[in-house]
Design a protein around this ligand. Structure first.
Ligand code: SAM
Length: 524
């Protein structure tokens, strides 16, 4: 799916622990049949203090100054010494691509950052604020590919904003529903379509009018709530109190999960996305919320200030399914692998279905995940449910004559080829469909993720399933615990016509298309 895009950042209201008139995409309800199996080893929820406002500072307390952190090598550094046995046999020969690739597919973008002193040692040597400037394209990066891309982007990525419409006037109440314009789709690969789509979406979202007017406003709030819950339950702080808690957000989009990272008290955020416009937007969102000027006393400086981001962040453009993480990050942030990896959590929200185009992409993704995670670290993701898709096929719940399309007025799924009668796709890769979600995604290609195949592959990479549930079940089971913790606007943005909270009607089916999952990296 997709617009699974992140929410909107906004200004942190003075009473609001974490701002959010956030926006994401998808949701629904029910559909728990096959997918509510594993709910294992859920960590106890931390105690939350809920006054008349929301105070998360007690519940997700930050560890003390980590200035004395020692640099710990990650599996990226020394394959022989650090690679666990299970990875040597499976991945070193077959999947290890480190050093064998040239340039990342997209030119990396490394916006300026201002690391504070506590983590400057993680930005060792050349990783300092002066180095974090955007680098001019090198000989290799501005080759044929970039020329072609420049041409494509001129065509597709820069659509005229709605400057001629009343919605360009911020005082207007009108809302302009998003629609992308991608020329010559048939001649393009998925990366070009996806990149063009999300670049356009990022640019146009600035001119659409108030997000609360979007036809999927509630659905986005619902999806955001799900991500708060998943990250809140499963991001595990680094057990070494001298190390920062680090999250690697693959396919991070416009940075819609930055607020959630503050919510779970990470110390360092690393975001990567193939859309350069999204990365720029994510960086600017981070900068706005990081730099908020809040007068502080000597005493208050020691604690997390919930009105601003208390974590450091860096962002880069790159293809997470075809390049290795060092290939994407090191050119922009030399020393970052040594300094910040292995990380505590890899977040992969509403994006893995793009990787299931080919087996190679999935292997590269899983190599990136497993090599990035520390033992005990978690991979937390959201994807369309293959069980949901199978049910639609088996029940012949199609909405067109050719039996290739299902959905409703809010979302639709149109298979590229006739789906198998029993709804089980073989081989498990490359089973494409076009996904649409009103005001977010226009016929963007995605691929079925047969969950059991994915789970089996994860095991090969030392990742064991800890949790898997559809969105409706996650919401129903977890929202009582989160109701008082989440921002009021987010909660109110999920109010149904009957006064209760959650998804209803068309939205319910649209969100029910998704599941959340958590894998844990084995080892010690
Ligand atoms: C639906 S958005 C989700 C964004 C964000 N994770 C969220 O939940 O708000 C999917 C994102 O995946 C990104 N994406 C797709 N293919 C990618 C790839 N190969 N490498 C990196 N990012 C990719 C898109 O650019 C887009 O920003």
């Amino acid at each position: 799916m997709s617009d699974k895009e992140a929410g909107v950042a906004s200004s942190l209201g003075s009473n609001s622990p974490i701002n959010k008139d956030e926006v994401d995409v998808k949701n629904t309800e029910e559909h728990s049949k096959q997918e509510s199996k594993s709910d294992i080893n859920k960590p106890p929820l931390k105690k939350i203090k809920a006054d008349d406002g929301i105070d998360i500072s007690d519940s997700f307390s930050r560890r003390e100054n980590k200035g004395n952190n020692k640099v710990i090598s990650s599996v990226y550094n020394d394959e022989n010494k650090k690679t666990p046995a299970w990875m040597k046999s499976k991945t070193t020969d077959k999947y290890d691509k480190y050093g064998s690739r040239s340039t990342p597919i997209a030119t990396p973008t490394a916006p300026v950052n201002n690391p504070d002193e506590r983590y400057s040692k993680y930005m060792t040597n050349s990783v300092n604020s002066n180095d974090r400037v955007r680098r001019p394209p090198t000989e290799t990066t501005s080759s044929q590919y970039d020329k072609k891309r420049a041409h494509d982007e001129a065509e597709d990525d820069v659509v005229a904003p709605y400057s001629n419409l009343a919605v360009a006037n911020p005082s207007s109440n009108l809302y302009q529903t998003f629609q992308s314009h991608i020329n010559n789709r048939e001649g393009k690969d998925i990366n070009s379509i996806v990149r063009s789509h999300y670049n356009q979406r990022t640019q146009q979202s600035k001119f659409q009018g108030s997000r609360t007017k979007s036809p999927i406003y509630k659905l986005r709030n619902f999806n955001n709530a799900i991500k708060y819950i998943l990250l809140g339950n499963w991001v595990k702080p680094n057990p070494d109190s001298n190390r920062p808690t680090v999250i690697l957000d693959l396919c991070c989009g416009k940075g819609g999960d930055l607020n959630k990272c503050e919510f779970v008290s990470v110390d360092q955020y690393i975001g990567i996305d193939i859309s350069d416009a999204s990365i720029k937007e994510a960086f600017s969102r981070y900068s706005r919320n990081k730099a908020r000027f809040i007068p502080q006393t000597a005493e208050s400086k020691k604690e997390r200030d919930t009105r601003r981001y208390n974590f450091e962040a860096c962002f880069a453009t790159g293809d997470c399914f075809s390049s290795s993480i060092p290939e994407i990050l090191e050119p922009n942030f030399p020393g970052i692998i040594d300094g910040l990896f292995p990380v505590d959590c890899v977040s992969l929200q509403f994006a893995m279905h793009y990787a299931f185009e080919t087996e190679e992409k999935v292997h590269q993704l899983l190599t990136n995940v497993t090599k990035s995670l520390r033992a005990g670290g978690t991979l937390i993701g959201t994807i369309p449910s293959s069980d949901f898709i199978r049910d639609k096929i088996v029940n012949r719940a199609f909405i067109d004559q050719e039996n290739r399309k299902f959905g409703n007025d809010l979302y639709s799924v149109t298979f590229h080829k006739d789906p198998p009668d029993e709804g089980v796709f073989r081989p498990p890769f490359g089973n494409g469909y076009n996904y649409s979600l009103k005001d977010a995604i226009d016929d963007v290609p995605e691929y079925v993720v047969p969950f059991e195949v994915f789970r089996g592959l994860c095991e090969e990479y030392g990742l064991v399933l800890k949790y898997k549930k559809n969105f409706i079940d996650i919401f129903n089971q977890e929202i009582p615990k989160y109701f008082s913790k989440l921002n009021k606007n987010l909660i109110e943005g999920m109010k149904r016509s009957d006064g209760k909270y959650g998804a209803e009607g068309l939205e319910k089916e649209a969100v029910g298309f998704y599941i959340g999952f958590v894998f844990e990296k084995l080892g010690n």
